[in-house]
Design a protein around this ligand. Structure first.
Ligand SMILES: Cc1ncc(COP(=O)(O)O)c(C=O)c1O
Length: 497
């Protein structure tokens, strides 16, 4: 694979007549840590680092000495088809931090830098901008650190407006929001709650917190989300068993909405409310309507790995003002409106602080950019790996606009995704398996699972073949290319085994 993004910046290149002084200037301008001296045909003659230049000055050369007069060895270089991890291994071997890429004629066409390709690439890291500090500073300046305060009120209003839902309550986590959603819907001991099986455990744990019984519903291949056919079967079966579902937890997985045009009429027919777990789907939409507003209650997470973060936090949204006001009360120890501390219900300490809401406001102001960046990352993977038949991308189905929180794919039959994760981990690239479905978790061994009626288990198939690639909105193009290189090499090896 070539290295289109590792081009050589003009500031890095020096003409044959360049002097030591010109080389210092080039190093300062380019910030690449290396200046490349060319001959009259544009071929690489020598590579100078800051240290090289200082050594020749200390040896008595003048700053105006032409570089061509200095003695030098032929610099190490590689051809464009050398992969990032191979280049890194060569840099380790030669103990260098820059490695020029030369074409057949010996002309520089790129420059590998250790600082770009030698650092760990994470799955999804926080992407902090400049706006966050302004809001946080306001909180400090007004001594309004905690709890609650103007940033919390504003963040709630801004999220509600963004997702086109009437009201929002800022909470300490997405898990807290799911817990409160269940309580607000009156779910308690012995009640049955249907839940997408292909999800993170935080969608299902709160069902256990309230003593209810989860029943897991399979995914469909077209969206990776809850299968409407399986949902209908699960609702029917629950009614038949005399255990009608009290709520359905529909998860918008990996930043893509479930198929609500098919799911909502089914739930309406059974009179069951939807809790939309949109923890991963802020900024995504379905039929032009933002995720989070498709159920009676919607939930977001601002955990550090999400599309926007408050370092840790969550939001509960609903059109029903009383419901959201009740959520705020439950989240502040359920204190009654009374001059002293009066309590009638069990309360929780689930509110978000004014400082963290400040981070959230700054982050939210960049949501569209973050979505665009994650979608562009998906596109780059998609294009760069288009030749690899063994990769099938998570589909973005008609009507859905995914935020591509994580770029996810499945691998062809016979390729072990864990081996690929392990391979890439050795190259300091964090790649993760797709969520292991809840019905396969020991924690839920006694819970039921309902599929679409055939022998298929779509959620398990996605787990057994799925991979999540690094997708943080602050990734550089070089990092994406490094992942592509490493992944295609790992898949090449897997194909041969
Ligand atoms: C689908 C899903 N639901 C719920 C959560 C829980 O959110 P939090 O980590 O903010 O508690 C997460 C993420 O962590 C998630 O991915």
């Amino acid at each position: 694979m070539t290295n289109p993004s590792a081009f050589v910046h003009a500031d890095t290149l020096l003409l044959p007549t360049a002097t030591i002084s010109d080389a210092f200037e080039s190093l300062t301008q380019s910030g690449k840590g290396a200046a490349l001296l060319l001959d009259s045909k544009g071929r690489l003659q020598h590579l100078f680092t800051d240290g090289d230049l200082r050594r020749v000055l200390l040896a008595g050369q003048s700053i105006e000495t032409p570089l061509a007069q200095l003695k030098h060895k032929t610099p190490h270089s590689v051809s464009p088809d050398v992969r990032h991890h191979e280049a890194l291994m060569l840099m380790d071997r030669y103990r260098i931090d820059q490695l020029p890429i030369l074409d057949n004629e010996g002309r520089p066409v790129g420059l590998h830098l250790r600082r770009d390709i030698g650092s760990r690439i994470w799955l999804s890291t926080p992407h902090i901008g400049e706006e966050e500090l302004q809001f946080v500073n306001q909180a400090f300046a007004s001594n309004w650190i905690a709890p609650l305060g103007p940033n919390v009120d504003a963040f709630e209003r801004e999220v509600a407006a963004k997702v086109e839902v009437g009201h929002a309550a800022a909470l300490s986590s997405g898990t807290a929001a799911i817990h409160l959603a269940l309580i607000l819907l009156g779910i308690s001991r012995g009640d049955r709650v249907l839940c997408s099986s292909l999800t993170f455990v935080a969608s299902a744990n709160p069902i256990l917190y309230v003593g209810a019984e989860p029943l897991f519903v399979d995914a469909e291949a077209g969206s990776w989300n809850m299968c409407p056919i399986a949902l209908e079967r699960a609702l029917e079966q629950s009614a038949r068993e005399g255990r009608p579902a009290r709520a359905v937890m529909v998860v918008d997985i990996y930043g893509q909405a479930a198929d609500y045009d098919r799911i909502r009429p089914i739930c309406d027919r059974y009179g069951v409310p939807i809790i939309e777990d949109a923890a991963e789907a802020l900024g995504a939409s379905y039929g032009g309507k933002p995720c989070g507003g498709f159920g009676r209650i919607g939930v977001f997470s601002f955990n550090g790995n999400k599309i926007i973060t408050t370092s840790g936090g969550g939001m509960l949204v609903a059109d029903d003002a009383d419901l959201v006001q009740h959520a705020r009360k439950l989240a502040t120890q359920a204190r009654e409106d009374c001059p002293w501390y009066e309590h009638k219900e069990i309360g929780y300490n689930y509110r978000m602080s004014n400082v963290l809401a400040g981070i959230g406001r700054g982050q939210l102001s960049r949501l569209e950019e973050r979505v665009a960046a994650r979608r562009a990352i998906f596109e780059r993977y998609h294009e760069a790996l288009a030749q690899i038949d063994a990769i099938e991308w998570m589909p973005e189905y008609e009507g859905s606009f995914s935020n591509r929180w994580l770029t996810t794919c499945t691998l062809g039959a016979g390729i072990d995704p864990q081996a690929v994760c392990d391979d890439l981990a050795r190259l300091d690239i964090e790649v993760r398996r797709v969520w292991k479905p809840m019905h396969r978790q020991p924690l839920f061994a006694s819970s039921q699972f309902v599929n679409s009626g055939s022998n298929l288990d779509v959620a398990s198939d996605l787990f057994e073949r799925g991979l999540c690639l690094p997708s943080g909105s602050n990734m550089t193009e070089e990092q994406i290319d490094r992942v592509c290189d490493a992944l295609s090499a790992a898949l090449g090896r897997a194909d041969r085994t």
